[in-house]
Design a protein around this ligand. Structure first.
Ligand SMILES: [Zn+2]
Ligand SMILES: [Zn+2]
Length: 318
């Protein structure tokens, strides 16, 4: 088709693509296979999960990635939340790179109650009400897939248009200590963690639980509690309120973190009754059971290193 010659004035005031391009609708409405219609793609970059807009969105012939379309003479978003907003949320979430593909429906450790837990998590996420949010504490032994599930949930919340931030509690303490060593205040980092819509804490209760470490956790938990914001956390410690502990009868002497470490140690012992009771009040407590899949794959590798029983003799040159 021959294009009519347009004057510079026409071109400036009415760009050609607005008048001539037949509107195919936004790429987001066509559920392109490049990104399954979500409009962005995730990949590992360094130690973190990185998100970028899919080219089907940035090159969309209808909205040119601006996520706006005209409906009955009014400009409306093609998709809410905009894919670019989700991309920003995921890129500021600090999700570990190794879980960049994590999805609730791809979880595969069903050696314990994994299937039931995934169903409960899906239900909890579906019913999530930002005005009356309920947090989540996921307990269970090392290597059952708690971090995987946390990352999958974090992405789902970003997809809903909520800002998320993922921290490994032990790593956070190291960062804060490094900040102190350089005479930097920890207020900015902690404020970010207190103000984000949903905070994910991996390995809750890990550390030495010194007074300082518990005061950091107390600031996070109470700061978010006062704003009606929830925490989603994983822990290797027992979720049940502790009954085995011989607490001092004097409440003032109940000093968390001062107990001997043993495998029965509970989360309540680790983080103290005050923080524990806030989390207990605001969160679902779910226990994940199953085999340690990291150990399992290590065992398999070791098995493969061992000399195999001699196979049937082979023919051919030796
Ligand atoms: Zn578009
Ligand atoms: Zn795409």
């Amino acid at each position: 088709m021959e294009r009519p010659i347009r004057s510079l004035k026409e071109e400036l005031h009415q760009p050609a693509h607005h008048t001539e391009m037949p509107d195919m609708g936004c790429a987001l409405d066509q559920k392109k296979s490049c990104c399954d219609g979500i409009g962005y793609r995730l990949k590992p970059m360094g130690s973190l999960t990185h998100a970028e807009l899919c080219s089907c969105v940035s090159n969309c012939p209808s909205c040119f990635g601006k996520n706006r379309k005209m409906v009955d003479g009014q400009s409306k978003p093609c998709r809410t939340p905009a894919p670019s907003r989700i991309v920003n949320f995921i890129n500021s979430a600090c999700l570990p790179a190794r879980y960049s593909t994590a999805r609730l429906d791809s979880f595969s450790n069903f050696s314990g109650n994994g299937r039931e837990v995934v169903n409960r998590l899906s239900h909890w996420h579906r019913e999530f009400d930002p005005d009356h949010p309920r947090g989540l504490i996921l307990g269970g032994p090392v290597g059952v897939g708690k971090t995987y599930l946390l990352c999958a949930i974090a992405k789902n919340f970003a997809f809903k248009g909520l800002s998320v931030r993922f921290i490994d509690f032990f790593q956070l303490l190291l960062e804060l200590k490094a900040g102190y060593a350089q005479d930097k205040s920890d207020a900015n980092l902690l404020n970010d963690l207190i103000n984000v819509d949903i905070l994910f804490i991996d390995e809750l209760g890990k550390g030495r639980n010194s007074d300082w470490e518990l005061s950091v956790l107390d600031q996070l938990v109470m700061g978010r509690y006062n704003q009606n914001k929830i925490i989603v956390a994983s822990t290797n410690y027992d979720l049940k309120p502790s009954t085995r502990v011989n607490y001092s009868t004097n409440l003032d002497e109940r000093k968390p973190g001062s107990f001997e470490l043993d495998r029965f140690e509970s989360l309540e012992q680790r983080i103290g009754p005050r923080i524990y009771s806030r989390l207990f009040e605001t969160s679902e407590f779910i226990e994940l059971t199953g085999d340690d899949f990291r150990k399992k794959s290590l065992d398999e590798k070791i098995q493969n290193l061992r000399p195999q029983a001699p196979a049937a003799p082979r023919r051919g040159p030796t």
